[in-house]
Ligand binder design. Structure first.
Ligand code: C2O
Ligand code: CU
Ligand code: CU
Length: 428
């Protein structure tokens, strides 16, 4: 890859989902200075998948991605080709990048207030591939949608207006073992999913999303300017089929690919990570904060009862917030975890106060359990990003060396990441 930075500021390009060694990863350490060019060699050796790339400068990731520095990377392979899935790019195989934005009189606005920083920025205008009110003209047959959630914070809960079902065929890391029939699909920031949708009835239909309810303190959202999602459903994308077709011409395959599962018994070590959103109370034991707040103590009563969240209170809360992992904010100069190359480990990740999409660089993992139980249907497949709040066990195999360029693990709500909900690990 040849990446030239023509901005007036530093940037990086991270290949989210590519399983490559540290120096090519494009994380916060691999700065590309204004006017300079970065030439990483990417050896692509992984199953067919829908990946993404985006800026990853520590402290500016959210703003740079919001301003447009994100794109899609498609990996193909023989196993995928042999299935005969729809694969005419832009015709029956559509990459769809979902992003939400705020516009003020036609100008893109990034709301730089404390509350938006704390909860993540959500916009009231949904863009698909950078287009407002998009329409996709599709053939009247089976069409493959490659959904990429490149939004800063919004979790989509997608379904069609006529409640038609569709088949989910691929997770972040590639094709599933078999298609899963669904009527709705949740997609957190950083996640990707491939779907097969049948348009052979020739009828126009709209893909919509539910309001994003992912914030702590739901009841008070009305007061929190710039952070709340409205209660209405949003239109994401309208599909207009060209004509009626014949679904039988290309059926959904029964089986997709064989996934090489890692044996959970081969895990040599367990690590626990908590994505923390403590506010104030520095110096007191962490943990106590999240629990105390949710317990309805100070938030429901004294602190916010006055309904004066906008100005002063928002500022004060912002000053007190401390995003981190295990109560520690990200530090470029601290390597938080050291892993042996080739090892399999179990990472148990949970999140405070709201759901957080945990993303790990340089690996693919499988979800072993969620909240102490069997994983959800949507947890299956090879992944690099998954939504956690209740503890989720990830089975991770570390195949890539970091070679003095550590990998990141972080919340993919980009404002959380920029504000410290990130750690780094070495694989040696
Ligand atoms: Cu998609 Cu570390 O990021
Ligand atoms: Cu990544
Ligand atoms: Cu988060």
């Amino acid at each position: 890859m040849v990446v030239t930075n023509q901005l007036q500021e530093d940037t990086t390009v991270h290949w989210h989902g590519l399983i490559i060694p540290g120096p090519a990863d494009g994380g916060p350490h691999q700065l590309i200075r204004p006017g300079s060019t970065w030439r990483p060699r990417l050896k692509v050796k992984q199953p067919a998948a829908t990946l993404m790339y985006h800026s990853h400068v520590h402290g500016s990731t959210a703003e740079q991605v919001y301003a447009g520095l994100a794109g899609v990377l498609l990996v193909a392979d023989d196993a995928e080709r042999a299935l005969g899935l729809p694969s005419e790019y832009g015709l029956d195989d559509l990459p769809l990048v979902l992003q939400d934005r705020i516009f003020d009189q036609g100008r893109l606005v990034y709301p730089n207030n404390h509350m938006a920083m704390m909860l993540g920025v959500r916009g009231d205008t949904i863009l698909v591939n950078g287009t407002v009110q998009p329409v996709a003209r599709v053939p009247g047959r089976l069409v493959r949608l490659r959904l990429v959630n490149a939004s800063n914070a919004r979790i989509y809960d997608l379904s069609f207006t006529d409640e038609r079902s569709f088949h989910w065929i691929a997770s972040d890391g590639g094709l599933l073992e078999r298609p899963v029939e669904l009527r709705s699909l949740r997609l957190a920031p950083g996640e990707r999913a491939e779907l097969l949708v049948d348009f052979s009835d020739g009828r126009a239909v709209t893909l919509e999303t539910e309001p994003d309810g992912n914030h702590p303190m739901m009841g008070m959202m009305g007061m929190m300017q710039g952070a709340a999602d409205s209660s209405r459903r949003h239109t994401v994308l309208r599909f207009v089929p060209a004509s009626r077709g014949n679904a039988a011409q290309r059926p959904v395959p029964d089986r997709l690919v064989a996934i090489e599962h890692v044996d959970a018994a081969s895990a040599v070590r367990r690590r626990r990570l908590v994505l923390t959103m403590g506010m104030g109370m520095r110096g007191r034991g962490r943990g106590s904060m999240g629990g105390g707040m949710m317990g309805g103590g100070m938030m429901g009563g004294g602190m916010m009862g006055g309904g004066m969240m906008g100005g002063e209170m928002g500022g004060r809360m912002g000053d007190m917030m401390a995003h981190g992992i295990d109560g520690r904010a990200f530090d470029m100069n601290r390597v938080d975890q050291r892993v042996r190359l080739g090892d399999v480990e179990t990472w148990e990740v949970s999140g405070e106060m709201m759901a957080h999409p945990i993303h790990v660089h340089g690996v693919q993992f499988e979800v072993l359990s969620r909240g102490g139980r069997r994983p959800d249907v949507r947890d299956q497949g090879l992944r690099d990003t998954v939504l956690v709040q209740e503890p989720v066990e990830l089975l991770v195999r570390f195949t890539q060396p970091t070679l003095d360029h550590p990998f990141m693990y972080h919340c993919h709500i980009l404002e959380h990441e920029d504000n410290g909900m990130m750690g780094q690990f070495a694989v040696v």
